[in-house]
Write a protein that binds this ligand. Structure first.
Ligand code: NAP
Ligand code: GDD
Length: 331
């Protein structure tokens, strides 16, 4: 039988890696794109490798518009739905709390309801997050760690996480949540701290940027590679029973550590270029995220393959190449 997957958030970092994985496995992939995304816009860059693929179908819609989700699911009849769409920037969620909740919480409910009504046998993946642990610094954090969200983003994600568990219990739906810790790649949005650092290092090295403004350097994160993490999403939907799983690299590093490592690799001294700017501080900070993914290893057989330093260098090298090509075109 033809396998069909519906992915929301397909233009994002994870959506693009997941699409490549599923197309490689023979799936037809249906992706949700917002009307605001022109087919030639920068937002489509992540999909550049697969845009012409004959089994990739783009459908216009929006997480806040249940009728669009219902239309797409009724028409394409996917067996698997991956809900990756979100306003995913934590800092921004303090500035746009209402739309963040609308997309990240109500959007998830719209999708769960559409599936329940159309075909409750459809398998569902929800992009939950380590951000839900918030200011609970009991580490390492696992599936039983108490959630203590401290941002509108995380509050919305906790609501969605609870809804997924509720739909699983109430309607016997195959609905799973991946509690994913931070994962990065050369496709990471430019306003997330790792990519902001690797891009700045590349641009400073090339003489096209003079300084780098950052916020809290003391926060610690458990960073892994996005390509590894989307494989865990797929594995969750191949299990007989739905469940929740922590996906993490198993080690934590501070933002300062990441900064120093990348700048050292580039042959730059951070003290010469980095300015601490209060603008990038958040009203409330998540001090430490460090995950324990032993359940995923035991049940899914999942393990990360790219280590922290390898990831940092991969991102820097790709940014350096991209930025130097751009500056040569301008000459
Ligand atoms: P991302 O790069 O920011 O991608 C977000 C995607 O959501 C984009 O395709 C965006 O479309 C789409 N979107 C936003 N609002 C929408 C709306 N109203 N209707 C339809 N689509 C909408 O995020 P990511 O890093 O790939 O993360 C994927 C998911 O995992 C998110 O839910 C995020 O919260 C969660 N998560 C991420 C991490 C991480 O470290 N990356 C960790 C844990 C959980 P546009 O292109 O139109 O903006
Ligand atoms: N973005 C950003 N920009 N963060 C900065 C900066 C800066 O200039 N300076 C310091 N930071 C600190 C933030 O305060 C935070 O403590 C840390 O760097 C990481 O910030 P982000 O890269 O924005 O990621 P995040 O941890 O807040 O959220 C990401 O990971 C979550 C999973 O834990 C996002 O991908 C979320 O969508 C995801 O759920």
């Amino acid at each position: 039988m033809e396998k069909v997957a519906f992915i929301t958030g397909i233009t994002g970092q994870d959506g693009s890696y997941l699409s490549e994985l599923l197309l490689g496995k023979g799936y037809t992939v249906v992706g949700l794109v917002r009307r605001t995304v022109a087919s030639d816009s920068a937002k489509m860059v992540n999909l550049s490798r697969i845009r012409e693929h004959e089994r990739l179908i783009m459908e216009y819609g929006d997480m806040s518009d249940m009728s669009s989700l219902t239309r797409i699911i009724s028409h394409h009849k996917p067996q698997e739905v991956y809900n990756l769409a979100a306003q995913s920037h934590v800092g921004t969620s303090f500035k746009t709390p209402m739309s963040t909740v609308e997309i990240n919480l109500n959007g998830c409910l719209n999708l769960l309801e559409a599936i329940r009504i159309i075909d409750p046998k459809i398998k569902f993946y929800q992009a939950s997050t380590s951000e839900m642990f918030g200011d609970n610094i009991k580490c390492p954090q696992n599936e039983n760690t108490v959630l203590s969200p401290v941002s509108p983003y995380a509050c919305a994600k906790v609501g969605a996480h609870n809804l997924v568990q509720t739909y699983r219990k109430s309607y016997n739906m195959h609905a799973s949540s991946g509690i994913l810790f931070n994962h990065e790649s050369p496709r990471r949005g430019e306003n997330f701290v790792t990519r902001k650092i690797t891009m700045a290092a590349a641009r400073i090295k090339l003489g096209i940027q003079k300084e780098l403004r950052l916020g809290n350097l003391d926060a610690e994160r458990d960073w892994g590679f996005a390509g590894d993490y989307v494989y865990a999403m797929w594995l969750m939907l191949q299990q007989e029973h739905a469940d929740d799983y922590v996906i993490s690299s198993g080690s934590a590093h501070s933002v300062r550590d990441f900064l120093n490592y990348v700048f050292e690799h580039a042959g730059l001294d951070p003290d010469e270029y980095v300015i601490i700017d209060p603008k990038f501080y958040r009203p409330c900070e998540v001090p430490r995220l460090w995950g324990d993914s032993s359940k995923a290893k035991r049940i899914l057989g999942w393990e990360p393959s790219v280590a922290y330093k390898e990831l940092a260098i991969m991102m820097y090298e790709e940014d350096y190449e991209r930025e130097s090509k751009k500056s040569q075109t301008k000459d």
